[in-house]
Design a protein around this ligand. Structure first.
Ligand code: Z5A
Length: 208
């Protein structure tokens, strides 16, 4: 059986990652492709609850401590992710280690140090970067509720994302209409499946 694909959505705040990753899973399932949505941080686990308390400014943590918690929150589901992929389920993931590095490096933590705890996680096959200028994102509903939703900081985060891109990334203009973006994402996903079906590659490890 062919393994599933690991497709990741990354981007700045309010760029439409949740909207588009949810729509993609629904569309794939309706085509008979088994797909599952994962979102990081997963705020439901014990580690996730500590992260949620930090993001909603109910508890304080050092920059280093929260960075390591975000990473641990990925490691705690890594074996399940591998099992899903190997059993043919495609994973659509909303944020991952690139967010971890971009946000912490934007706080001026050392870039190499930021990457280290996530080295060896499963690597995505494709990354869709939802690109929007923070000034446009700020006009969207719910902006400003959490700790990182500040203009200058989001601009810095966006720059950090750009330094991590390689040819597995596609930049999507997140300022377009939701339906138009969905069509573009479906086209990019079809391409990714076609390539995967031609020559299936093993699941890779991140930054190794
Ligand atoms: N973080 C970290 O520091 N380290 C890590 O390792 C990880 C994360 C994994 C919480 O993440 C914070 O954790 C985040 C990064 C940090 N901080 N910030 N900033 P999160 O993913 O849980 O954050 P979120 O608040 O759930 O998601 P989000 O980024 O804010 O939003 P989104 O998923 O990109 O957007 P959305 O929910 O789909 O859409 C937002 C609104 O815009 C909504 O009203 C939509 O209807 C609207 N929308 C969406 N698309 C469009 C278009 N195309 N046009 C107009 N309006 C639109």
């Amino acid at each position: 059986m062919a393994r599933g694909l690991f497709i990741l959505f990354e981007g700045c705040d309010r760029s439409g990652k949740t909207t588009q990753s949810t729509r993609l899973v629904e569309a794939l399932n309706s085509q008979g492709i088994r797909a599952k949505l994962l979102k990081f941080p997963d705020r439901t686990t014990a580690i996730g609850k500590m992260i949620d308390g930090y993001l909603t400014q109910q508890n304080k943590l050092s920059d280093e401590a929260v960075h390591l918690l975000f990473s641990a929150n990925r490691w705690e589901v890594m074996e399940q992710m591998r099992a899903d992929l190997e059993s043919g389920t495609t994973l659509i993931v909303d944020r991952y280690a690139f967010s971890g590095v971009a946000f912490s490096a934007a706080k001026k933590l050392d870039f190499k140090w930021c990457k280290a705890p996530d080295v060896g996680l499963l690597a995505p096959d494709r990354v869709f970067f939802m690109d929007i200028h923070p000034d446009d994102a700020a006009k969207r509903e719910g902006y400003g509720d959490e700790i990182y939703e500040k203009r200058e900081f989001q601009i810095e985060v966006r720059v950090k994302f750009f330094t991590m891109m390689d040819n597995s990334w596609s930049i999507v203009d997140a300022n377009k209409d939701k339906d138009e973006i969905h069509r573009q994402i479906m086209a990019l996903t079809s391409k990714a499946f076609a390539k995967h079906n031609e020559a299936e590659s093993p699941i890779k490890k991140l930054w190794t």
